[in-house]
Write a protein of this length. Structure first.
Length: 280
């Protein structure tokens, strides 16, 4: 099985080309691939498959508008709706491998169509859709309760302001939250303003643990920070700079949708031995 390794601000992925949908990818195989000691190591897997061949109703419903479907799996093998860093890496792979031309086009995801814009090299921009504000929520780390803004980016987020540098937070364990409030789990972000429309952030992702970056999370944080700065839901909030442990991305909020722009880097390719993947 061929693979490519890539990352977006050090949020890293194993890319599995499967244009015609012949790959039987189960949760155990994904977890085995993503294992950082016994596998290749990654925050998740991106299966690259044509929407019409994906074997997923959500993908097939979008096949008339997008050729390619991003089948994203978290490191524990769980299926996820959307991944902002992942879709940039996905788009860069399509262009670099000759499966798509540089320019602007849609990618099918479980959260709906997402429009990407990219050249032959460099950063990738994604229309992430409008942030959906869902009120407030709570999560605790090291016995301390943090109150934040619940934001849906097609997947669930809780963006919590922090009163101190986020580097000092203990994210070695999963934040504790009320499962009744987040029945599908939640990505929990902690952020702190460091300048005008400029925040730093760390994130604990459901199914992956703390990651070096989370694309949908950076948009959720920018939206929550804009709300905290007094911007109403429909107001234009401009461009936000979000620093994550793995680098920096730019989030633009315009009162209608959101855009995420940042790097997408392919670093290696190789072959996964089928015997190893089967555990034999």
């Amino acid at each position: 099985m061929r693979f490519v390794k890539g990352h977006g601000t050090e949020n890293d992925f194993v890319i599995l080309p499967d244009a015609d949908g012949g790959l039987d990818l189960d949760a155990a195989s994904v977890a085995r691939i993503c294992d950082r000691r016994a596998g290749i190591g990654a925050d998740g897997v991106l299966r690259v498959v044509r929407a019409k061949a994906a074997g997923d109703p959500a993908a097939e419903a979008q096949a008339g508008d997008a050729e390619w479907f991003m089948d994203y799996r978290n490191a524990d093998g769980g299926i996820a709706e959307m991944c902002g860093n992942g879709i940039r890496v996905f788009a860069r792979y399509l262009v670099d491998s000759g499966l798509a031309a540089p320019g602007e086009w849609d990618v099918a995801t479980r959260a709906g169509l997402r429009r990407v814009t990219l050249g032959a090299s460099g950063d990738v921009s994604v229309d992430m859709g409008p942030p959906e504000y869902l009120g407030t929520g709570e999560a605790s780390i090291a016995g301390r309760v943090h109150t934040g803004t619940r934001v849906s980016m097609g997947n669930p987020h809780l963006a919590c302001p922090a009163g101190e540098p986020v580097a000092g937070l203990d994210l070695t364990r999963a934040p504790v939250f009320d499962p009744a409030a987040f029945p599908e789990g939640v990505n929990v972000e902690f952020f702190r303003p460091v300048g005008e429309r400029h925040v730093e952030m760390r994130v604990y992702e459901r199914g992956s643990g703390e990651t070096r970056s989370c694309g949908t999370g950076t948009v959720a944080v920018a939206a929550a920070a804009a709300r905290g700065a007094g911007a109403a839901e429909g107001d234009a909030a401009g461009e936000w700079t979000v620093d994550v442990p793995g680098g920096r991305v730019l989030v633009t909020l315009d009162g209608r949708t959101s855009h995420l722009r940042g790097p997408a880097v392919l670093v290696a390719e190789g072959e996964i031995l089928s015997g190893w993947l089967r555990g034999s």
